[in-house]
Design a protein around this ligand. Structure first.
Ligand SMILES: Nc1ncnc2c1ncn2[C@@H]1O[C@H](COP(=O)(O)OP(=O)(O)OP(=O)(O)O)[C@@H](O)[C@H]1O
Ligand SMILES: [Mg+2]
Length: 272
């Protein structure tokens, strides 16, 4: 579904991405994780063909995004993609309903009835059914995020990206939004989902597989439950620091490995 090989990207003399390679299969769900500013959003932009890498190859749904000669061709591919940007990116001059219709009109062949049905069903699913006729500026930050996520999924994309879907939201709203993505999405066996975040808890709640980016490289790619115990030192540390302060009950809810809980909650284990 997605394939990056040896992707390199510099801005001026700053090398941001040194060597990024990973693949995502149909039906897979992954978290693209890394510290703030490590290049997650840039990687998503490169996958979508909004930004060209300096070298490397990028395929989306089997299509070489860099070799595409025309915008029409690129748009054909992007029609099947859902994207919830880090910054809301809703049209301020359109109501919530119009924002969702706009996406579906441009990206699908749904009938007007189908679009209407989807708007109502999806907004209700995320508990903001009454916002249909409101404008984005009338909504709270959390509500705007929900609309952005609904918009990314309303078109039944083959692959969907969510960039920091919970940034700046309180923990309760964050959990609602994350569950929402999982509930709304994955309806078809083929659909691949990518969440980009710097928040470890969000990343591990969303997917079993994490792709971790640090200093321009993929420093880990695999099951976080394994990496948190057996990964390289920097990876273990990065995954652990935000978690070991949590209440044990909550840590168990996250389904952290027993070995990890024993070490840090029971034996007064030292810093990972
Ligand atoms: N178009 C651009 N021109 C110059 N520098 C850029 C550009 N886009 C991104 N950068 C720089 O690249 C770095 C990484 O940006 P990016 O947004 O990809 O990181 P991120 O991992 O998504 O960060 P965050 O966790 O804050 O969302 C930043 O230092 C940013 O200033
Ligand atoms: Mg970002």
């Amino acid at each position: 579904m997605i394939s990056l090989k040896g992707v390199k990207k510099s801005f001026g003399s700053d090398v941001l991405l040194e060597d990024i390679s990973f693949t995502v299969e149909p039906g897979e769900r992954i978290s693209l994780l890394g510290p703030g500013g490590c290049g997650k959003t840039t990687i998503l932009k490169i996958i979508l063909g909004l930004l060209n890498p300096d070298s490397g190859t990028v395929e989306l749904m089997g299509k070489d995004m860099l070799a595409m000669s025309s915008d029409t061709e690129r748009r054909q591919v992007l029609r099947k993609v859902g994207m919830a940007f880090q910054q809301g990116a809703l049209f301020d001059f359109m109501t919530v309903r119009e924002n969702l219709f706009f996406a579906m009109e441009h990206m699908t062949d749904f009938s007007a009835e189908e679009m209407d049905r989807r708007v109502k069903e999806l907004l209700q699913a995320v508990k903001i059914g009454r916002t249909e006729q409101q404008y984005p500026f009338e909504l709270s930050g959390g509500m705007q995020r929900r609309v952005g996520i609904v918009r990314a999924l309303a078109t039944d994309p083959v692959v969907a990206f969510f960039d920091e879907p919970t940034a700046g939201l309180d923990p309760v709203t964050s959990t609602i939004i994350l569950n929402m993505i999982r509930d709304l999405a994955g309806k078809t066996a083929e659909q691949a989902l990518v969440v980009a975040t710097s928040n470890v808890e969000i990343a591990i709640r969303f997917a079993d597989r994490v792709v971790i980016v640090h200093e321009g490289r993929v420093v880990a790619d695999g099951a976080w439950r394994d990496l948190i115990v057996n990964g390289p030192e920097w990876v273990r540390h990065f995954l652990s620091v935000r978690l070991i302060g949590l209440d044990e009950e909550y840590a168990r809810e996250l389904d952290l490995p027993g070995q990890f809980i024993d070490r840090y909650w029971h034996q007064g284990g030292s810093h990972p």
